[in-house]
Ligand binder design. Structure first.
Ligand code: GAF
Length: 415
């Protein structure tokens, strides 16, 4: 058997101390303060956010930390613990779509977006470090954006975030919008907004029911320990090429389907109206048939989105009823839909999900964008180690790269 590898979260004080030390070492002197923001898992509601749908993410205890000092002028200087040497320097006046490569885009993109929104934001020095696994589908990029956002908010007196004790949700929605713009326009990833929203607007002990049609949120109590349950996260370590292209292609297919159906977003298609909508797509004229995507593919994409939104409602109804033991079926159905209809799973994710279920998980599914990344499994608290061991064994038996594991407890948003 293979011993599972666990990825622990840093204590917040340790994370802050790390970036303070990094700041002093690379820039000299002291930062004005430290800020941090979490990665996330999504319980259910995948690839629904850019369709105006519902999703149900929560914040991980794993966070990205930033030590930041306001400076004169408009130059941002950046260092990262993940880069052994060097300081990146970017003038905010030079930031525009396509001008910034790599991780600094997530930081300066946020400052750029806040400036575009009319806020007086200038230069700063920033040192970052993170215990959010990279490229694992756990939103390390959103964590970096949101840590930068709350830092800039505090240093330039934007007064949007509120305090850690009393977060200002309306202000945080404004910060989230800036982070989403940074990701879409400066980092160049056409993602939907779930990740930035939960990193800024989530709440410890709760999942965030996010309605992406109007941006409204509801904090749904989510305490698995009270039910002797736990959420096991399996980072498959699978890296897939063409991720951005595939994600953008799914989004484009949804937009094309909405156009054919004459709706603003696929959210407007209800489960009752799904049959008619699919028939229209299957037999439709116009963009369907002429385009590269054939009608049969659009049918499956839309079926995923509409049924997935309904599964979020089922899942939340069970939580509201204190019946969390019963959400497994919706998780399993979500995975099947993402695998077969939306086609964003991969071998490693399927192996993780099946091995976890075989070992006793109540439900399991991929989480996040897919094509690699992480899966989640709802397990009895006493069986966390056994399920992880079974998944690690299944990966070894299939000659897959060893996965990593973490236990996800709904934690605090950015502050
Ligand atoms: C990624 C994106 F960033 C989100 O916006 C969302 O679309 C998710 O994939 C799929 O649900 O995390």
């Amino acid at each position: 058997t293979t011993a599972p590898v666990w990825v622990g979260a840093w204590e917040p004080a340790d994370g802050a101390a790390r970036v303070r030390a990094l700041f002093a070492e690379r820039f000299g002197g002291e930062p004005d303060g430290t800020w941090s923001a979490p990665g996330r898992v999504n319980l259910i509601g995948e690839h629904t956010d850019y369709n105006g749908g519902l999703c149900l993410p929560f914040d991980l205890p794993h966070r990205t930390y930033a030590a930041v000092r306001r400076t004169e002028g408009d130059v941002v200087r950046l260092v990262s613990a993940q880069e052994a040497t060097g300081v990146r320097e970017i003038a905010l006046a030079d930031v525009a779509p396509g001008t910034v490569q790599g991780w600094p885009a997530y930081v300066v993109g946020v400052a750029w977006a806040l400036r575009e929104a009319g806020h007086a934001v200038g230069g700063f020095d920033i040192a970052v470090d993170s215990c959010v696994p990279y490229g694992a589908g756990l939103s390390s990029s959103a964590a970096l954006e949101c840590a930068a956002a709350v830092a800039v908010d505090a240093l330039f007196g934007l007064r949007l975030a509120g305090t850690a004790e009393e977060p200002d949700d309306a202000g945080r929605a404004v910060l989230a919008a800036a982070c989403i713009r940074a990701e879409n326009e400066i980092a160049g990833a056409s993602t939907g907004g779930m990740d930035q929203s939960v990193s800024l607007r989530g709440r410890a002990g709760h999942a965030l029911l996010l309605d992406c049609r109007d941006g409204s949120v509801r904090h749904v109590p989510f305490d698995l320990a009270a039910h002797d349950l736990a959420l096991l996260v399996i980072d498959t370590k699978a890296e897939h090429a063409l991720v951005d292209g595939q994600y953008a292609a799914r989004r484009a297919a949804c937009e094309r389907a909405a156009e054919v159906l004459g709706v603003e977003t696929l959210r407007e298609i209800t489960p009752d109206g799904l049959g008619d909508a699919l028939a229209t797509l299957a037999h439709g004229t116009g963009p369907v048939g002429e385009g590269s995507e054939d009608a049969e593919v659009l049918v499956r994409r839309v079926r995923h989105v509409v049924t997935e939104i309904a599964r979020v409602e089922e899942f939340v109804a069970l939580l509201d009823d204190d019946r969390v033991e019963e959400v497994g079926e919706a998780m399993d159905a979500s995975h099947a839909s993402l695998r077969d209809d939306y086609e964003v799973s991969c071998r490693e994710l399927d192996v993780a999900v099946e091995a976890a279920r075989d070992a006793g998980a109540l439900g399991a599914r991929m989480t996040g964008g897919g094509f690699g990344g992480s899966a989640i499994a709802l397990v009895r608290a006493a069986e966390v180690d056994a399920v992880a061991a079974a998944v690690a064994d299944a990966f070894a038996a299939q000659d897959l790269h060893a996965p990593a594991f973490l236990v996800a407890v709904a934690s605090a948003p950015a502050y």
